[in-house]
Design a protein around this ligand. Structure first.
Ligand code: MN
Length: 229
C-alpha cells in the first residue's frame, strides 16, 4: 500500500453513556423544517409533502464543551437546538420497525447556521452550504443508547443563551417522527453506522455573539454546551 501524501485530521468520535467505546462521526444528514412553529418563523409554509435534507461534513463537527471562534463571513450567526439520531446498523429502504431497530442511540446536537448566508442563497435558489456547513458548525453531546431512551412526545427540548431560554418545545411538535425520517432517508442512502441525522429545530432560533454561552438539553439525554470566543 502506498502512503498517503498527507494525513487528514481524525473526525470526532462521540462518547456514549455507559460505554467505553465511542461513536465515530461519519455522515451528517439534517432535516429541514421539522417543527411547524420554526417553519413559520422562517417564512415557510408547513407541509407533509416529504421531508427534505441538507448535509454537513464530519470534519466540521466538534464536541459539546468546545469553545469556538465566531465564524467568518456572517453577521447573523444562529443557534439551532436539535435531537440527533445515531444509526447503528446498515439499513436501506427501511420499514417502520426496521427503522427504529437501526437506531443505535440519541443525543443533543447544535446545527449552527450563518443565517444571513443561508437565506441569501435560498432566495437565489442556490445551495445553502455557506450557511450551513461551516467550520465548528455542528456540535454533538454524548449519546445515549436507544435501549435506555426513547424519543417520546413528552420530552422537552430547549436551548438557553447566557441563561436565557431561547428555544423551548417538546418532541410532540416534530412533524416527521424518527421512524418516518429513517424510513424516508433510507430510500435514498444505504444508511450505516456512523450516520447521524439531525432532526430539525423548534421555534426560537436567533443570533449569538462572541462571548455567548449556549446550553441546551432534551429530557433524559446528556446536555450540550458551546462557548463562542
Ligand atoms: Mn437545523
Amino acid at each position: 500500500m502506498p502512503d498517503n501524501l498527507f494525513s487528514l485530521p481524525d473526525p470526532i468520535s462521540i462518547p456514549v453513556e455507559g460505554e467505553l467505546s465511542t461513536y465515530p462521526v461519519g455522515r451528517i444528514f439534517c432535516v429541514g423544517r421539522n417543527y411547524a412553529a420554526h417553519a413559520a418563523e422562517m417564512g415557510n409554509e408547513v407541509d407533509r409533502e416529504a421531508p427534505f435534507y441538507f448535509t454537513k461534513s464530519a470534519p466540521n463537527a466538534v464536541m459539546s464543551g468546545a469553545t469556538v471562534p465566531y465564524p467568518p463571513g456572517t453577521e447573523n450567526f444562529h443557534h439551532e437546538m436539535e435531537l440527533a439520531v445515531a444509526i447503528g446498523k446498515p439499513v436501506f429502504r427501511a420499514t417502520s420497525s426496521e427503522a427504529l431497530d437501526a437506531v443505535y442511540g440519541y443525543g443533543c446536537a447544535l446545527d449552527m447556521t450563518r443565517r444571513d448566508l443561508q437565506i441569501r442563497e435560498r432566495n437565489k435558489q442556490r445551495p445553502w452550504d455557506l450557511g450551513k456547513d461551516l467550520e465548528n458548525g455542528t456540535v454533538f453531546a454524548p449519546l445515549t443508547r436507544a435501549e435506555d431512551w426513547s424519543p417520546t412526545n413528552d420530552k422537552r427540548i430547549y436551548l438557553n443563551v447566557n441563561g436565557e431560554t431561547r428555544q423551548d418545545a417538546t418532541l410532540e411538535e416534530l412533524i416527521w417522527k424518527i421512524d418516518e425520517i429513517v424510513c424516508h432517508l433510507s430510500g435514498y442512502y444505504h444508511l450505516r453506522p456512523g450516520d447521524l441525522i439531525l432532526t430539525g429545530t423548534p421555534a426560537g432560533v436567533g443570533p449569538v455573539q462572541a462571548g455567548d454561552v449556549l446550553e441546551g438539553g432534551i429530557d433524559g439525554l446528556q446536555p450540550i454546551k458551546l462557548t463562542l470566543a
